[in-house]
Design a protein around this ligand. Structure first.
Ligand code: ZN
Length: 323
């Protein structure tokens, strides 16, 4: 009789910590969520992470193979260090060492950029199954990406491969928090879409019933688009065409077979932004690059599942790719 094992996946976000106990088949056996409360400092966040992990170990009715963590910022997966996580207010945090010091058991702990972990999750159990070359794009409060090439996660020389939100599409454009101008995430994100809508309001248009810029939200824009509002549809089409420009850069380098669109807003806005993205792609890449190219929504049930896949990957449980 084989003993089933489980892995713990943790998605460390700016506002919440989502964690799950995940089987080797991708089933979520238990899930937890708590507030990150990063204002209390990194030591307090490490305490909370350790408590969430201990709680899942306690709940597990089978051996736990390890812990995988998806983190924002620039992640050094080899040394377990997170740097420059602006939304956590983390300059440099030794995440793996800090957790090992807090946990009672000796479990292997892996850390990876959050969107890289999600890309791995799609490869193992989501919309990337059976696909060796795909790009995962997450649209939410920002735009993030993860690349699977030849069945492997692409990390890059400094761990910032697929940092697509800060690919500048217009170096003369408006300034971005990263120091560049005209970054993709200034339009392809929740705040970006709100900003585009604000520009429409300022030039005299209305978004559905909304005429006060302070009342604009991504959900409000989507709702107006659903009722056929021309200004809302044009905002989403602009975000979509900018997404297409990002995809074109990826296509030129990687020739992926598939784009997997995730993130709360990416899924909610999928039907509005993908047609414009595809049109823009067709304007920018050769027909050979577009051949058999699919754009599909994410299928991962939880952001913590991708993080758990860092454990399964380390155990050599590489997903078999069927042709
Ligand atoms: Zn930027």
């Amino acid at each position: 009789m084989t003993i089933e094992m489980a892995a713990i996946g943790v998605d460390l976000g700016a506002t919440k910590i989502a964690s799950a106990l995940v089987s080797a088949h991708g089933d979520v056996l238990a899930a937890r969520q708590t507030q990150t409360q990063s204002v209390e400092g990194s030591e307090a966040v490490l305490d909370r992470l350790a408590a969430e992990i201990e709680a899942l170990i306690f709940e597990a009715r089978c051996p736990v193979a390890g812990v995988g963590i998806g983190s924002p910022g620039v992640v050094d997966p080899v040394n377990g260090i997170v740097r420059g996580a602006v939304n956590l207010n983390w300059d440099e945090v030794h995440l793996v060492a800090g957790l090992q010091a807090r946990l009672t058991g000796e479990l292997p702990i892996f850390v990876q950029k959050d969107t890289n972990a999600s890309a791995l999750g799609e490869l193992f159990f989501g919309a990337g199954q059976g696909c060796q070359d795909f790009v995962y794009l997450s649209i939410g409060s920002g735009l993030g990406g993860g690349v699977i090439a030849n069945g492997q996660l692409v990390i890059g020389a400094n761990g910032i491969a697929a940092e697509l939100g800060h690919l500048s599409l217009d170096p003369e454009g408006p300034p971005c928090i990263c120091g560049l101008r005209g970054c993709a995430e200034l339009t392809v994100s929740g705040p970006g879409m709100v900003n585009l809508a604000r520009q429409r309001l300022n030039s005299g248009a209305r978004i559905g019933e909304i005429c006060d810029p302070d009342e604009l939200t991504p959900a409000g824009i989507l709702e107006a688009a659903g009722r056929g509002d021309a200004a809302a549809l044009s905002v989403l089409a602009r975000a979509g065409s900018d997404l297409g420009a990002v995809m074109a850069a990826c296509t030129a380098v990687l020739n992926p077979q598939r784009y997997v669109i995730g993130g709360g807003l990416g899924l909610a806005a999928f039907d509005y932004i993908v047609p414009a993205a595809r049109r823009e792609l067709e304007r920018r890449v050769t027909p050979a690059g577009m051949r058999r190219l699919e754009i599909v929504p994410s299928l991962l049930p939880s952001s913590a599942v991708g993080a758990a896949c860092l454990v399964w990957q380390s155990k050599g449980a590489e997903k078999c790719v069927e042709y």
